[in-house]
Structure formats: structure tokens, C-alpha cells
Write a protein that binds this ligand. Structure first.
Ligand code: X8Z
Ligand code: ZN
Length: 613
């Protein structure tokens, strides 16, 4: 992965991200007239890798400039370069299909051909002008999001500011104003363009022999698209009881704080009360839900950072320090020179955090609009996880310059951030030793963590459940918003704070929809990060409660982790998972184990309550 905006755009265009196998269930495109040989296939793959590699290095620079300097001109350049990339990828995909039935292909060549054939995030048909139209729309959608503003007290507020304010503000009228204005201003204008984009990309998918774009996305996981959908459902059923318990408990606390008129005791939760614009992570309202006694964990990371005068640079240096402690080489000088850490004052940018690998070698960077708070401290570790992964696999062939699957890429930095325990905070001088919460505060710590990690699970799933429906036609443009709201209710048990207008397009108010970044990766990452974390803690010989483990400073963990990272996408993901964890299955057991004491406690707290919605 290159940039994570780019798995959608850059990466959508990056051959390096074209991913996994195409499967028998897909309709094969027309057979070739001549009889190509395995040697022909290998020659084609090598040429495609070279051309794709050269393209991504130069295209990435254009996309970087566009994302960090949003103007009509940079949009035009990004759309033009993007169109060239789409045309190239489609050309490769059609050519790759000709080698489908060639006898004697090596396993490696077969995997690479499958990636070339199926790994385009937004394909276009070969019709004249289609790739240009598709990329113009995609660039415009991303730009609308980047420039988007909501309001607070009637005054315009940028995306990164409103995101932070949703975590801090506790006045329900103000929260509602921010939620409604953001969704109305940012989402609604995108609707028609989004529908057109879906139409073009689906035509592209069909020309390549796939049912629709969603089937292509689901086909990137070393199994069939349908098997993958079933796997995500299985994982969700494994962890859903934890979410249901947390929802029930949180609703009670919100009702106690705001009263029946704002948050009733039963039914869904009002989406703007959960401390996050999308209600995807709820840790920011820990103060609202903290139980007496055990709930006082005695510190708050935002306050610690502020008290010790951390600035964005120091936050990033601290993140780097963790990876260095595992034995990873320091980030290159260019990372510090070329990254965007804070929001520039004089221009519009895409603030949504992303990690970039410009030259597939060591020109790695992050692009953020960092605020000194706990959310961004975690996000820095998340983004650095991408950068260290990218650098670790930079010796792989161009088509293997990617994560084992996209969930792996999203999970590395998060696994590291799970190690930000009280003891770790003491070790780096952020927390006084005397303030380390004792074992009697374990539940508070777990609840704080669960508010982020567990709350995210249904959101991580539903974003692409919506898009899968959009791409397969079961959700039509006229029903875009109602279907979104229905999925939010079904999976998350939340409702918008006000009736939505007919022209609403609330999905557009979430970055990854206009950014065209597939989202199931984040659901997988939520599961995988606990598998990785448990494996790391086992390697480190940790014997205490899992959530107290920090593997900071453990070189053995670093070595084993690196062994997985440097494989990139060269092997099916179960091989990579096995290299680090010993298991070949994605599985929620580690997550369930981590939160088991919390679940027992939540069940006790919820006794006598009418849970569900
Ligand atoms: O988009 C991201 C990262 C960039 S890859 C900041 N995340 C998802 C989100 O913000 O919605 C990380 C967690 C989920
Ligand atoms: Zn990410």
C-alpha cells in the first residue's frame, strides 16, 4: 500500500496494490486467439511490473501534491494522471486474462496474474473517455470532502476541527448542529456524482469479467469472494455479543447524563452523543460512561500530552521511538522533511490521515493534521505502522509491494498502540509512576479501550455492506441514504439526531466513501491487531492480564514481526499470519479474551435492563 487515501486513489492506481486472485465463479473474459505459453505470461508480468512501478512513483508525487494543496489545477492534474493509471491497469487486467488457462504457470506467476486481473479498486471500461470521467469524479469527490466544513454556533468549522470538537463538546444541541451541518454540507452535494461513478466502475468490472466492483473487492483475500463475505460474517458473530453489551451499558449512561428527551432508556442511541462524528469509536466520552471507583483510571492521555507540552512533532518522534525500541531502523531524514504533520494555514488539504510510500523504497511519509490529543496519538502509531510495513517489504517484486492482505496493513500500527499501557507511559516519561492505576482499575482501563475497539466493530463492517449493496445494485441511488441509515441502525443501533432530508447522502460525509477506500480492511484489522498483540505478548513472555502487556523494547518481537512484514504480499496471507502468530486463521478469540473481564462486568451492570434496540 502506498497511501491509504490511495488504496483508494493512489493505490487504486498503484500496480503495487493490485491484489489477489480471481476465481472460477467469475465469468472469464474472451479467450485469446493465439495460444500463449508460460514464458509469454512471465514476460508479460515482468513488463507490467516495470511499467506499473515507474508509473506509481511519478503518479504518487502528483497525488501527494494534490492532497496537500487542493486547487482546481492540482485536481485536474490528479484526474489526468489517475486516468492514465486506470487505463494502464485495465490494459494489464485484460491482457492478464489471456493467460488464465496457460498450462505450466508457476504459483508466483499465477498469483501475479490474478492480482493484475482483479486488483483494481475502481476499474473503468475501455470506452473512450470513461477512465477520464471516472477519475475526474473521484478526484472531485475527494476534494469536496477535503474542503468540507460543518458549523458550530453558526460558524464554519473544518473537518479536522469538527472531528475533534465532536469528542469534546457535551451540549446535545451543539453536537446536533455539528452532526447535521457536516452531513448536509459535505455528503449531500456528492450524491449524483457518486451514482455516476458507481455506474462507470461497474461497467469496468463487468468488462473484466466480474459481477460488479464489490465482487472484485471481496476477491482480494486468497479465497473466493463469497467465502470472504462468509468469513467476515463469522468473525462478526464471534464479537457481536461484546458490542451488544457495550451498547446497552453506554445507552444507560447517556440516558442518565442527558435524560429521556435526548437519549431514551431503550431503542437506538443518538449518533451524535458518542464522541465521534461517525459514532465509530466512543473513547472520547469515557468520562460520561466511567463507573464510580474502578472507572477512575487516574489519567487521560490527552491531558498527559498537554501537561508535558507535547507538540505534533514530539508525538511522531514518540511513535518512532516505539518502533526503534523493537529494532526497526529510524525513519529516514526525508520522512521528517516531507511529511505533513499539521494543517497548513494558507490552503486546503485532505486532512484525513494517511501514510505514503512515494518511491517504493524509502521515501515514506505521513500526511496528517495532528492535534495534541489521544486520538491523534493513536493515529500516529497507526500511520507509522503502514510506513514501517512499506519499508520492510521494499525488496519484494512490484506486485508484492503490499500487505499480506489490506487488513494486515491496517493492523500493524494499531497492534503497537495497544502497547500504550500505563507502565509504558511511565517508561517514556508521560505518566508519573505514582499515578499508575492498580489492578482495581483494570475494568476502567478495559472499558476505556473497549469504547474505541469494540464500538468500532459494526461500523467497520457496515460501510462495505452498504457499498457491496450499492455495487451489486440492491441499493439504488434513490435509496442510498435510507439504506445507509438502516444499516447504521441494524449494525450499530444508532439513529441520526434529526430527520434526514430527501437529498441527504450521509455516506459521503465519511472520508472513505468519497475517497473510495475499501473499508472491510478496518474490520479485519480490529480482529487481527488483537491476534498480533497476543502473539507479541506471548513472544515477550508476558504472564499478566493481556491488556497490561507492553512489548516496548522487545527485540525478539521486532524480529518476528519483521519476518512477517518483509514478506509483503508475496505469499497468501495465512502464510504471513502463521509466520508471526503460528495460526493460519483470522479469528476473534484474542479480542474476546482481552475483553473477557469487561464482558462479565458489563453483563452484571446490564442486569434488569432491556438491551438491544
Ligand atoms: O482511515 C483510517 C486511518 C487511515 S488508513 C486513519 N482509519 C479508519 C477511519 O478513520 O475511519 C483508521 C481506523 C479506521
Ligand atoms: Zn490505515
Amino acid at each position: 500500500m502506498k497511501s491509504f487515501k490511495s488504496l483508494a486513489s493512489v493505490i487504486a492506481l498503484s500496480v503495487a496494490t493490485v491484489a489477489a486472485p480471481a476465481f472460477a465463479e467469475e465469468v472469464a473474459p474472451q479467450a485469446a486467439a493465439a495460444k500463449p505459453t508460460a514464458a509469454d505470461a512471465e514476460a508479460f508480468v515482468a513488463a507490467a511490473e516495470k511499467e506499473g512501478f515507474d508509473y506509481t512513483v511519478s503518479a504518487s508525487r502528483v497525488f501527494w501534491i494534490n492532497s496537500t494543496y487542493l486547487t482546481d489545477d492540482t485536481n485536474a492534474l490528479a484526474a489526468e494522471v489517475g486516468a492514465k493509471g486506470t487505463e494502464m491497469q485495465v490494459r494489464f487486467a485484460l491482457e492478464a486474462a489471456k493467460y488464465n488457462d496457460v498450462p505450466g504457470l508457476s504459483e508466483e506467476t499465477r498469483r501475479k496474474l490474478d492480482k493484475l486481473r482483479g486488483g483494481i479498486v475502481l476499474p473503468a471500461p475501455t470506452t473512450e473517455g470513461a477512465a477520464a470521467e471516472l477519475n475526474t469524479i473521484a478526484t472531485e469527490l475527494q476534494s469536496i470532502y477535503g474542503k468540507g466544513k460543518g458549523t458550530l454556533d453558526g460558524k464554519p468549522v473544518s473537518g479536522s476541527d469538527i472531528e475533534a470538537a465532536m469528542g469534546d463538546v457535551r451540549d446535545p444541541a451543539k453536537l446536533k448542529e455539528m452532526w447535521v451541518s457536516w452531513h448536509d454540507n459535505v455528503g449531500a452535494p456528492m450524491k449524483d456524482d457518486y451514482a455516476r461513478m458507481v455506474e462507470i466502475a461497474n461497467q469496468g468490472a463487468r468488462e473484466l469479467g466480474f459481477r460488479n466492483v464489490g465482487a472484485m473487492w471481496r476477491g482480494q483475500y486468497d479465497m473466493s469472494a463469497d467465502e470472504f463475505a462468509a468469513l467476515t460474517e463469522k468473525l462478526w458473530q464471534q464479537v457481536k455479543p461484546l458490542y451488544d453489551d457495550l451498547h446497552c451499558y453506554t445507552r444507560t449512561k447517556l440516558n442518565e447524563k442527558y435524560g429521556d428527551a435526548v437519549q431514551p432508556k431503550t431503542g437506538p442511541i443518538r449518533a451524535d452523543l458518542l464522541g465521534n462524528m461517525w459514532a465509530q469509536e466512543w473513547g472520547n466520552i469515557y468520562d460520561v460512561v466511567a463507573p464510580a471507583g474502578a472507572g477512575d483510571i487516574g489519567y487521560d492521555v490527552t491531558e498527559l500530552l498537554k501537561a508535558k507540552n507535547y507538540d505534533p512533532l514530539k508525538m511522531v518522534k514518540t511513535g518512532e521511538g516505539f518502533f526503534s525500541s523493537l529494532g526497526f531502523a529510524p525513519l529516514p531524514e526525508t520522512f521528517w522533511q516531507r511529511s505533513q504533520f499539521v494543517k497548513p494555514q494558507d490552503r486546503e488539504v485532505v486532512c484525513h490521515a494517511s501514510a505514503w510510500d512515494i518511491d517504493n523504497m524509502d521515501d515514506i511519509r505521513i500526511k496528517m493534521c495532528i492535534k495534541v490529543n489521544a486520538d491523534d496519538f493513536t493515529t500516529i502509531h497507526h500511520e507509522l505502522g503502514h510506513n514501517y510495513y512499506q519499508r520492510a517489504y521494499n525488496q519484494q517484486d512490484p506486485l508484492h509491494l503490499d500487505g499480506a492482505n489490506d487488513g494486515f496493513h491496517e493492523a500493524i500500527g494499531d497492534m503497537v498502540a495497544l502497547s500504550i499501557t500505563p507502565d509504558y507511559l511511565v517508561e517514556i516519561g508521560l505518566l508519573d509512576k505514582a499515578k499508575v492505576p492498580g489492578a482495581d482499575k483494570d475494568l476502567g482501563l478495559l472499558l476505556r479501550q473497549g469504547m474505541d475497539k469494540l464500538a468500532f466493530l459494526p461500523f467497520g463492517l457496515l460501510v462495505d455492506r452498504w457499498r457491496w449493496g450499492v455495487f451489486d445494485g440492491s441499493i439504488k441511488p434513490t435509496g442510498y441514504n435510507d439504506a445507509w441509515t438502516a444499516l447504521r441502525l441494524q449494525y450499530q443501533g444508532i439513529v441520526p439526531p434529526a430527520d434526514r432530508p430527501d437529498d441527504a447522502f450521509d455516506p459521503g460525509a465519511k472520508y472513505h466513501i468519497p475517497g473510495n477506500t475499501p473499508y472491510t480492511r478496518y474490520f479485519l484489522a480490529r480482529i487481527l491487531q488483537f491476534q498480533f498483540y497476543k502473539a507479541a505478548c506471548d513472544i515477550a513472555g508476558w504472564k499478566g492480564p493481556l491488556h497490561r502487556c507492553s512489548f516496548y523494547g522487545n527485540k525478539e518481537v521486532g524480529n518476528r514481526l519483521n519476518a512477517m512484514l518483509e514478506m509483503g504480499a508475496s505469499k497468501p496471507w495465512p502464510d504471513a499470519l502463521e509466520a508471526f502468530t503460528g495460526s493460519r486463521e483470522m479469528d476473534g478469540t484474542a479480542l474476546v479474551e482481552y475483553f473477557a473481564p469487561l464482558q462479565t462486568w458489563l453483563k452484571e451492570e446490564n442486569k434488569g435492563k432491556q438491551c438491544g434496540w
